[in-house]
Ligand binder design. Structure first.
Ligand code: FAD
Length: 435
């Protein structure tokens, strides 16, 4: 029994570690050169927020300590209005739970090291999948030495949102996919350390909500911040000269200018990334070829859950192999049956969170609503739990989170209506009595 994993990114390398624990011989094929020997790609999502779901998966292979050693906990959002003071909004009712900003590159490298050390795992770089016979398990790769053809009993596509494995499965009619591109692109900028110190509070995820667009910033271990602009597609092209860029940011992101000396260079030279939600059906073919992580169900990044969800996939697939006595033919359909609702739920919540982040967080009504929700959580511990808390600080399946939050909102709405009704009735009674 041989397993080929295509893509040695976050999902592929974690998956290799899990499968190695089952005693399976695994080969990881990655199109890039070994990232541990080279430089990170410019302007491509340098850091990411890892929360409970991701940590749960890392804990199972004993890697949480190493990954968390350099993590920067962010306990809430820091809102930067165009004018006026900053506003900190805690993520949890207890005010002390945090999501963790970590370096994507360092996480990937730690996972590659762990996979390389695991018995039975081989990692082959500079192998780009270009063809696949999904029924026979024959994989074709472009390599520096030319085209090579290899075989495997099981092929797992962990090759990201633009998955070549998915492309091959679509081409041979085994699956259909649908990519909902968002009408927004993203571009990274940086805020370096100032005199060796963080220029902003490193204990928060910073947000500059601007209605139809926004910027966020996450801290890095070297005391810099990586900012990501999320702007309507095409609007990046409107600024082409240093003067235009400085003027625009001076007007709309005035506190950024003094902290970002490389703003113009970053803006002009960093690429614009695309964002979208991938829907695929089914995720597997012939009981031997399957998609996992972003390759099956990439989502928009506004809940900070893409990698967390992909890590949860790995735990779920491992459990399916346990529950089917290691039968891939039964485990792969079971994996899809168990995960699909959950990945659809987080895809929907991630899209909804974009509107919240870029627009609602700035409003006093939203702020009051969050404070009220946290008060209810403290009043009814364990009985009312906010969506953010359930998504980020628990491993409650995403679909259950969606159902539970709907129920809670209905109950709270009914209670508020009852309370208001009682207040109105009491006021009327008192008014009548005083006449
Ligand atoms: P990828 O990370 O894309 O890895 C795929 C791997 O496959 C790569 O190494 C690639 O080189 C390789 N590959 C591709 N094609 C081939 C081929 N033909 N042959 C061989 N190898 C191939 N998630 C979070 O949890 N928290 C966050 O805060 C967060 N922030 C994000 C911010 C942005 C701007 C974006 C875009 C995403 C963010 N995400 C976040 C989502 C997260 O990045 C993804 O969910 C995660 O990277 C998915 O991992 P993956 O291994 O499935 O795919």
């Amino acid at each position: 029994m041989t397993v080929a994993i295509v893509g040695a990114g976050l999902t592929g390398s974690l998956l290799a570690c899990f499968l190695a624990r089952r005693g399976l011989p695994v080969t990881l094929y990655e199109r890039r050169p070994d990232p541990r020997t080279g430089q990170a790609e410019r302007g491509r999502s340098i850091n990411l927020a890892i929360s409970e779901r991701g940590l749960d998966a890392l804990r199972r292979i004993g890697l949480d300590g190493e990954v968390m050693a350099d993590a920067l906990p962010m306990k809430g959002r820091m809102i930067h209005p165009v004018e006026g003071p900053l506003d900190f909004q805690a993520y949890s009712a207890s005010q002390d739970r945090a999501i963790n900003s970590i370096s994507r590159g360092a996480l990937n490298n730690a996972l590659l090291d762990a996979a390389e050390k695991a018995p039975g795992v081989e990692i082959v770089f500079e192998h780009k999948l270009v063809s696949l016979d999904s029924a026979a398990g024959v994989l074709g790769f472009e390599t520096p030495a030319g085209l090579v053809e290899l075989r495997a009993d099981v092929v797992l596509g962990a090759d990201g949102a633009g998955s070549a494995v998915r492309g091959q499965l679509v081409a041979d009619g085994s699956v259909v996919d649908d990519v909902d591109f968002l009408d927004y692109g993203y571009k990274e900028l940086s805020i370096p350390a100032a005199d060796g110190k963080f220029a902003l509070d490193p204990g928060a995820l910073h947000i500059w909500p601007r209605g139809t667009s926004m910027m966020i910033a996450l801290p890095n271990p070297d005391r810099s911040f990586t900012c990501t602009l999320f702007w309507p597609a095409g609007s990046f092209d409107a600024l082409t000269t240093p003067l235009q860029i400085e003027r625009y940011f001076g007007e709309h992101y005035p506190d950024l200018l003094p902290m970002a000396p490389s703003l113009v260079d970053d803006y002009l030279n960093n690429p614009v990334g695309v964002l979208g939600t991938v829907h695929t059906h089914p995720w597997q073919a012939h009981g031997r070829t399957a998609l996992i992580g972003d390759a099956a169900h990439a989502i928009v990044p506004f809940y900070g859950q893409g990698a967390n969800c992909a890590f949860e996939d790995v735990v779920a697939l491992d459990r399916c192999l346990d529950d089917t006595g290691g039968s891939w033919a039964r485990a792969l359909p079971l994996f899809e049956a168990r995960r699909r609702d959950n990945t659809e739920a987080i895809a929907e919540m991630a899209l909804a969170n974009f509107v919240e982040m870029r627009d609602k967080v700035a409003s006093p009504v939203f702020r009051f609503g969050k404070q009220f929700e946290h008060a209810v959580e403290r009043l009814l511990p364990g009985r009312y739990v906010s969506r953010y808390e359930l998504v980020s600080f628990t491993t409650t399946p995403y679909a259950d989170v969606r159902r539970r939050v709907r129920r809670q909102h209905q109950a709270l709405g009914a209670a508020v209506a009852l309370g208001l009704g009682a207040v109105v009735a009491t006021t009327r009674a008192l008014t009548r009595r005083s006449r």
